[in-house]
Write a protein that binds this ligand. Structure first.
Ligand code: G6P
Length: 610
C-alpha cells in the first residue's frame, strides 16, 4: 500500500508534493513525510497521522527554495504507525533518502549483513534497510545509479521506490517491481507517483513503468532503463483523458456519498457502446480472441469478491457457464488443482493493483491459463497483464469504502453473461432474453435518479433508530446473499459495528443462537421467487425476539419492526436498487456516529500487500 510522489522541475517542489499526497491519501494515512535538499543538507520531515499533521510541521521549514522533493503517505506494514517508521527514510550517513511502497521480503537477511558492517537502524521498517543497502553499495559502485540498481537487484519482494541524494539536489531516481509507479512528463518538470491524480493538475502525459525498470529524472529530461543492466528503454508517453473534477467532491459532504449518487451515471457509462442500435446482443470486442469458457473461476477480494459472487447468479443461468467464485488470497495457493484447459479465470479488481488478485492472475498465466481482467483503473497492473481487459467505467473512486465500483462491476458482469449467452444461444428456460435484459439495464439510471434522494432519507431515519446496536446480521437468499455480505462489510468498515452477512437459510445452523432484542437483523426481502423462504427466516428471528429491518418492495405484506420499500425490479436487476440502499444505510450510520467516512481506520483503498 502507501502512496509515493516525487517532483523535479522549476516550481517550489514541496507544495506540489504535499498536494500530490492529498490525492494519494486513500492509499494510507498512518503517517506522511517529505524530503528535499536545503543548502547541501538532506531534510526529512515526517509526522504521524494524517497529512494535516505534516502540513503543520512544514510551516516552520525552509521549504520554499527546493525545486525537487519527494513525499510519502503510509499504510503500516513493517512497524507500527509512528513517526520513526514514517517515510522518507534516510541512510545512516544522511546522504540518501527514499520513499517506498511494498515489502522487501529478505529485509532481515540484508539487515543482518548491514549491522555487521556497522549500520545502525532506528525504525522497524524494511525501507530503512533498503536505503542503507544503497548507501553501502555506493561505496563500491561507480555512481549512485549503479548503487541504486545494485541494491534493488538484491532486494526480494515488491517495491515502488523513489530516491534522492544530498549531492544531486535536483535529481530523482525511481524503480518499480510489483507495486504501482507512474512517471509524469511535464514541460521542464517530471513526476513519479503511485497514481495518476497525484500529478494530474500539472500534466496528462504519462509513462507507465513496468516491473524491473528504473527512471532517472531532473527538470531537463529523463532516462528510462532496465534494472538488470541499465540499458536504455525508449517508450512513448500516453495521454490521460481523466477530468480532475471527477476526483473532487462536487458539493457532497463526502466522496462516498458523491460516489453512491454517481451510480446512475455509472450504469449509463458502462452500457455506452455495448449495445449499438440495431445490433442483436452485447458487444465486448475485448473478448473476441478468447473462446467462451466451459467453466469460469471468478477471483477477487473485498467488495469485488461480492460482485463476483453476485455475477455467478447470472453467469450460470443465463450463459450456462458453471462458475466458481473465490477469494484471491485463497485461490492463489490452490488453483493448480482446480483449473482445466478450457477453464477461464476472471479477476475483478477496482484498483487493478490488489496484491493477492494480481498474484492469482500471474500464477494462472504462468500455467498457461487465460485470464480476463475486470478493472476500473486504466493501465493498472491487472489491466496490463491479463489476456483481455474489460474496463468498468466507474471513474476514479476516492472513498476507501467501495460503492460505485461494485455497481459498475455488476453491470459489466451482466453484460458478460449476456455476451456469452448470445454466443452460446443457451441459458436456462425462463431467463430473460438479451433484449429484455438490456432494456431493464437501460431503465436503471432513471429509476435510481428518481429514488435515491428518498432512499437517503429513509437510510438516515433507520440509522438513527438503530444507532445503539453493536451487532447486526444481514440476510439474503440467492443473488441477495452476496448483497447481504456487502451490506455487512460496508457497515463494519465504516461504522465499526460488528455485522455478518449470512445466507438466510443458514441462520438456523448456529448464528440464530446470537439473536436477542438487542441484536437486529437486516433482511433483503425483495419480491422474488425466494421471498416465501425469506419470510420463514424472518419469522424464525422474530420468534427469538430479534428486531427485523426488511428491505422490500411496495405491496409485500411483511410484519416487521421496520420496513424499507424500494422500487420493484425483477431479480436479479433488483440488486442495482438494493445496493445503494445498503450503502446509504452504512453511510448514514457512520456519519451519525461521527466516524471518518472517507477514510475509515485501519483500511486502505488499494491493498498492494499480501
Ligand atoms: C480494499 C478496499 C476494498 C476493496 C478491496 C479489493 O480492501 O478497501 O474496498 O473492495 O480492497 O480491491 P480491488 O481494487 O481489488 O477491487
Amino acid at each position: 500500500m502507501c502512496g509515493i510522489i516525487g517532483y523535479t522541475g522549476r516550481r517550489p517542489a514541496v507544495p506540489v508534493v504535499v498536494e500530490g499526497l492529498r490525492s494519494l491519501e486513500y492509499r494510507g494515512y498512518d503517517s506522511a513525510g517529505v524530503s528535499f535538499v536545503h543548502r547541501g543538507s538532506l531534510r526529512v520531515i515526517r509526522s504521524q497521522g494524517k497529512l494535516a499533521n505534516l502540513e503543520e510541521r512544514l510551516v516552520t521549514e525552509p521549504v520554499v527554495t527546493a525545486t525537487c522533493a519527494m513525499g510519502h503517505t503510509r499504510w503500516a506494514t513493517h512497524g507500527v504507525p509512528a513517526e520513526r517508521n514514517a517515510h522518507p527514510h534516510a541512510s545512516g550517513d544522511q546522504t540518501i533518502a527514499i520513499v517506498h511502497n511494498g515489502i522487501i521480503e529478505n529485509h532481515q537477511e540484508l539487515k543482518d549483513e548491514l549491522v555487521k558492517l556497522g549500520h545502525v537502524f532506528y525504525s522497524e521498517t524494511d525501507t530503512e534497510v533498503l536505503v542503507n543497502l544503497i548507501a553501502e553499495r555506493r561505496r563500491s559502485e561507480p555512481d549512485l545509479l549503479h548503487a541504486f540498481a545494485s541494491a534493488l537487484r538484491e532486494a526480494k519482494g515488491a517495491y515502488a521506490v523513489c530516491m534522492m541524494h544530498k549531492d544531486e539536489p535536483n535529481t530523482l531516481y525511481a524503480a518499480r517491481m510489483s507495486a504501482p509507479l507512474i512517471f509524469g512528463v511535464g514541460t521542464g518538470e517530471h513526476f513519479v507517483a503511485s497514481d495518476i491524480p497525484a500529478f494530474l493538475p500539472y500534466t496528462r502525459q504519462v509513462v507507465f513503468l513496468e516491473d524491473g525498470e528504473i527512471v532517472k529524472a531532473d527538470a531537463g529530461g529523463y532516462q528510462l532503463m532496465h534494472l538488470s543492466d541499465l540499458s536504455e528503454i525508449s517508450r512513448e508517453s500516453q495521454t490521460i483523458l481523466w477530468d480532475m473534477q471527477a476526483a473532487r467532491k462536487g458539493g457532497y459532504r463526502h466522496f462516498m456519498l458523491k460516489e453512491i449518487f454517481e451510480q446512475p451515471r455509472v450504469v449509463t457509462d458502462c452500457l455506452t457502446g455495448r449495445i449499438p442500435h440495431g445490433h442483436e446482443g452485447v458487444l465486448l470486442p475485448e473478448l473476441e480472441h478468447l473462446p467462451t469458457p466451459k467453466r469460469l473461476h471468478i477471483v477477487a477480494c473485498g467488495t469485488s469478491f461480492h460482485s463476483g459472487s453476485w455475477g455467478r447468479h447470472l453467469l450460470e443461468p443465463w450463459a450456462g457457464i458453471p462458475t466458481q467464485v473465490e477469494i484471491a488470497s485463497e485461490f492463489r495457493y490452490r488453483e493448480a488443482t482446480l483449473l482445466d484447459a478450457e477453464d477461464m479465470v476472471l479477476v475483478i479488481s477496482q484498483s487493478g493493483e490488489t496484491a493477492d488478485t494480481l498474484a492469482a492472475l500471474r500464477s494462472v498465466r504462468e500455467r498457461g491459463g487465460k485470464v480476463i481482467g475486470l478493472c476500473n483503473v486504466v493501465g493498472s497492473s491487472i489491466a496490463r497483464e491479463a489476456d483481455a481487459v474489460i474496463y468498468t467505467q466507474a471513474g476514479p473512486e476516492i472513498s476507501v469504502a467501495s460503492t460505485k465500483a461494485m455497481c459498475s462491476q455488476m453491470v459489466m458482469l451482466a453484460l458478460l453473461a449476456l455476451h456469452w449467452k448470445g454466443r452460446k444461444e443457451g441459458g436456462a428456460p425462463g431467463t430473460p432474453s438479451v433484449m429484455e435484459a438490456v432494456e431493464l439495464l437501460q431503465s436503471l439510471p432513471a429509476i435510481l435518479d428518481d429514488h435515491m434522494p428518498a432512499m437517503r432519507e429513509r437510510a438516515v431515519e433507520l440509522a438513527r433508530a438503530y444507532s445503539e446496536a453493536t451487532n447486526f446480521f444481514y440476510l439474503g437468499r440467492g443473488h441477495c446473499f452476496p448483497l447481504a455480505c456487502e451490506g455487512a462489510l460496508k457497515l463494519k468498515e465504516l461504522s465499526y459495528i460488528h455485522a455478518e452477512g449470512y445466507a438466510a437459510g443458514e441462520m438456523k445452523h448456529g448464528p440464530i443462537a446470537l439473536v436477542d432484542p438487542a441484536f437486529p437483523t437486516f433482511v433483503l426481502a425483495l419480491n422474488d421467487a425466494l421471498l416465501p423462504k425469506v419470510e420463514s427466516n424472518i419469522k424464525e428471528i422474530q420468534a427469538r425476539r430479534g428486531k427485523v429491518i426488511a428491505l422490500t418492495n411496495p405491496g409485500v405484506d411483511l410484519p416487521v419492526d421496520d420496513r424499507w420499500d424500494i422500487p420493484a425490479m425483477p431479480a436479479p436487476f433488483s440488486a442495482f436498487v438494493a445496493l445503494p440502499a445498503l450503502q446509504l444505510f452504512s453511510y448514514a450510520m457512520a456519519d451519525y456516529l461521527g466516524k471518518d467516512v472517507d477514510q475509515p481506520r485501519n483500511l486502505a483503498k488499494s491493498v498492494t500487500v499480501e
